[in-house]
Design a protein around this ligand. Sequence first.
Ligand SMILES: Cc1cc2nc3c(=O)[nH]c(=O)nc-3n(C[C@H](O)[C@H](O)[C@H](O)COP(=O)(O)OP(=O)(O)OC[C@H]3O[C@@H](n4cnc5c(N)ncnc54)[C@H](O)[C@@H]3O)c2cc1C
Length: 385
Amino acid sequence: MVHKGNIAVVGAGLSGAVIGRELAEAGYQVTAFDSRDHIAGNCHTERDADTGVMVHVYGPHIFHTDDQEVWDYVNRFMRFMPYKNRVKTTSQGQVFSLPVNLHTINQYFGKTFRPDEARAFLESLADRSIENPQTFEEQALRFVGKDLYEAFFKGYTQKQWGCSPTELPASILKRLPVRFNYEDNYFFHKFQGMPEHGYTEMVAGILDHPAISVRLGQNFSRAEVADFDHVFYSGPLDGYFDYQSGQLGYRTLDFERFTYDGDYQGCAVMNYGDVEVPYTRITEHKHFSPWEEHQGSVCYREFSRACERDDIPYYPIRLVEEKEQLATYVASAEQEKGITFVGRLGTYRYLDMDVTIREALDTARLYLTANASGQAMPAFLRSPL
Ligand SMILES: Cc1cc2nc3c(=O)[nH]c(=O)nc-3n(C[C@H](O)[C@H](O)[C@H](O)COP(=O)(O)OP(=O)(O)OC[C@H]3O[C@@H](n4cnc5c(N)ncnc54)[C@H](O)[C@@H]3O)c2cc1C
């Protein structure tokens, strides 16, 4: 095939890998850079040396989507095994089912409500004096009342975001966060599963193309953009501009690893709702691969805190202050030539894996049509604002 041009993808996570693959298949020469010593970005999985358990190194990742093309895409590179995410929470000395459902309500209040009864009961608890909720706390009190709010929302949210739910906007809790049946499958999506040999093997399959070369341990800088016909950048937007307008606010996570002989908690994810418990959840990785058998177990206690310059940015905060700062970076990005910002860090948005892949496919296609018609490629597929 005729070589059509040199492309750099910065970041060998899902964004970079999918864009790289699409363009390699279309006849471009692709170099994928990653500053880490492994591919797959934050979805990276590896086998634990002591126990053989497949570990989700940057926190638990469950694949779920309604997007048929994305589901077919991931299944092209790895077999997906059936997996349903069922989360539990330890709160006020008991273990409950999440998301809050009929079982949770009946257990918490010691009742045997049927759905309509539970709905009426919750309405009697809801604080209707709050007419126009402004904060997360007001919204939760208006939906579920004080007891359920304090048991299941308050402490967890405070630990996760490092501030009181009275400081977070009501928009975080858009809909009534309760189910009036016994459905405890965390996601409603049509397709759900786990890659049989982990996400990193899957991404290795995506990158396995003769026109793609992968350079690990290499930090790509703004000065290198001119060496390529086009760059797709999935690194941090603020980092690209050397933090000239300050650092965009993120939460980072610390994981405290421990091992256990046997089954530590009987499920993959156990949340901790009490604010006195310093961690937000414990992940027991072997339960993500229920088709495998391991005597030993690897668990992560997960702590959330403010992200400093040298930490890994996990969750974008995106409150008013960050959005104003983001606007200045978006304006700078739009002045750049030969680069498109993609993925969760490049666009400062929380993106699930399926959305990341969808946007990566659309970005690559837009590049191909833009090139064919001699149009300039935009800095963003969709505005991050
Ligand atoms: C704790 C947590 C749990 C999650 N759980 C789920 C889940 O259950 N289900 C789900 O669908 N999604 C989940 N996600 C979202 C998922 O992680 C993202 O969708 C996915 O990682 C986005 O891929 P990406 O390629 O855009 O970014 P990343 O995976 O972050 O990849 C970006 C890569 O770019 C590299 N890089 C950055 N700057 C440079 C540079 N200058 N030079 C070279 N390389 C650079 C980084 O090292 C990184 O490897 C979760 C996210 C988090 C934080």
